[in-house]
Design a protein around this ligand. Structure first.
Ligand SMILES: CC(C)(COP(=O)(O)OP(=O)(O)OC[C@H]1O[C@@H](n2cnc3c(N)ncnc32)[C@H](O)[C@@H]1OP(=O)(O)O)[C@@H](O)C(=O)NCCC(=O)NCCS
Length: 350
């Protein structure tokens, strides 16, 4: 079986910078609160009409493909992770395939929220290992700014998220010492509602334990998926119990990082860099302390971009690589936790 390696990496963030103080015009919040609780100073918002999740993914993909020494025509499979798709369906994968004039290759959309990139990387890794594909494009991209509640009601969520995209090209490698050493994926749906966007959806309050997650017309058919009442009652925005997410995140991040290291007979001191999904700087710092990692063993950039969900890991990895913090032979651990809950890790030798 082949191993897979990252042959090219790219990122794209919109040029429009939104500071914490910029958010004051929409909601009751403060720069102090946001920085203290999350570490975030600013984030990027996509152009309202000229940029979409897919177009940002395309920009990141172009760089990754060029750095791999390929053209879009060489790509033989696409995996696209996002929770902010341009359309409810079809997914962003086919829109990227069209925009980049690729061959009629397979395009898979992954919906695993904050761990979407790790899940996508793992899927791509399996296809490379079996020899099914040779040049797989893996993209994580989000245009959160289009779907958040910018009133004070939604401030616990809206201040956290930002827009952007990252992409890698995976290829087989013959070098037994380099490439993706392992991926570990997990889920626990017991707390699915703790961090979720319920609508539009077909749940019909089935999972709600008597709570009303969606108001829809009582008719036998029609106006159920997205009703006027849902919009009137602001049921079309994401929901999050932040402290509950925090509690599980700081447990699962270290667990899945240690799982990756143990399964490869490695330890934390072997790590050149750990790149956690950029959920909250306090979560990353907690994980760092728990694993006794040095400051230069952990890469954070949430201060500049906020939480970009499926895009956060490839953006951070790309920046770290561009800054010379990841070099050939370095051991890098990517780890994510998020809505679902889903979590996972990928251990790689660069
Ligand atoms: C969301 C998060 C930053 C909130 O921080 P927290 O310290 O847990 O704060 P709480 O939610 O307990 O809220 C504390 C107070 O701040 C207020 N608050 C919430 N958002 C605010 C904002 N943007 N500005 C000002 N005040 C805010 C709350 O209303 C609450 O006020 P109250 O005490 O009067 O009721 C934090 O819980 C978190 O990061 N959790 C993890 C979330 C995450 O990572 N999600 C992404 C998926 S991985």
């Amino acid at each position: 079986m082949h191993k897979s390696k990252i042959a090219g990496i790219g990122m794209y963030v919109p040029s429009h910078v939104v500071t914490n103080n910029d958010l004051l015009k929409y909601m009751d919040t403060s720069d102090e609160w946001i920085q203290e609780r999350t570490g975030i100073k600013e984030r990027r918002y996509a152009h309202r009409t000229e940029e979409t999740t897919t177009t940002m993914g395309v920009e990141a993909a172009k760089i990754a493909i060029e750095r791999a020494g390929l053209t879009a025509q060489d790509i033989d499979f696409i995996v696209f992770a996002t929770i902010c798709p341009d359309y409810y369906f079809p997914g962003c994968g086919v829109l990227l395939q069209r925009a980049m004039k690729m061959k009629d290759i397979g395009a898979l959309d992954v919906r695993n929220q904050c761990s979407g990139f790790i899940y996508s990387l793992s899927v791509a890794d399996q296809f490379i290992k079996t020899g099914m594909y040779k040049n797989i494009l893996v993209v994580g991209a989000e245009k959160h700014s289009f779907g958040l509640d910018f009133s004070t009601r939604g401030r616990n969520i809206s201040v956290i998220f930002g827009d952007g995209a990252g992409a890698v090209v995976l290829q087989p490698t013959e070098d037994p010492g380099s490439g993706i050493l392992s991926t570990h994926l997990h889920s626990d749906g017991a707390n699915a509602e703790i961090l979720a966007m319920f609508n539009p959806g077909t749940h019909a309050n089935h999972w709600a334990n008597g709570e009303k997650l969606a108001d829809f017309e009582d008719a036998e058919v029609g106006e159920m998926f997205m009703s006027h009442a849902m919009i009137d009652k602001a049921q079309n925005f994401p929901n999050m119990d932040g402290p509950a997410v925090f509690k599980v995140a700081v447990e699962k991040f270290p667990e899945v990082i240690m799982e990756a290291l143990h399964s490869n007979n490695l330890q934390t001191s072997d790590l050149k860099l750990m790149i956690p999904h950029q959920a909250n700087l306090r979560i990353s710092q907690f994980v760092q302390r728990k694993l006794k990692l040095n400051d230069d063993q952990v890469y954070n950039n949430i201060q500049k971009y906020g939480n970009t969900t499926a895009a956060s890991i490839p953006i951070a990895l790309c920046e770290a690589w561009e800054q010379g913090k990841v070099k050939e032979g370095d051991l890098v651990c990517l780890a994510a936790f998020g809505s679902g809950f889903t979590w996972g890790s990928a251990l790689l030798r660069w």
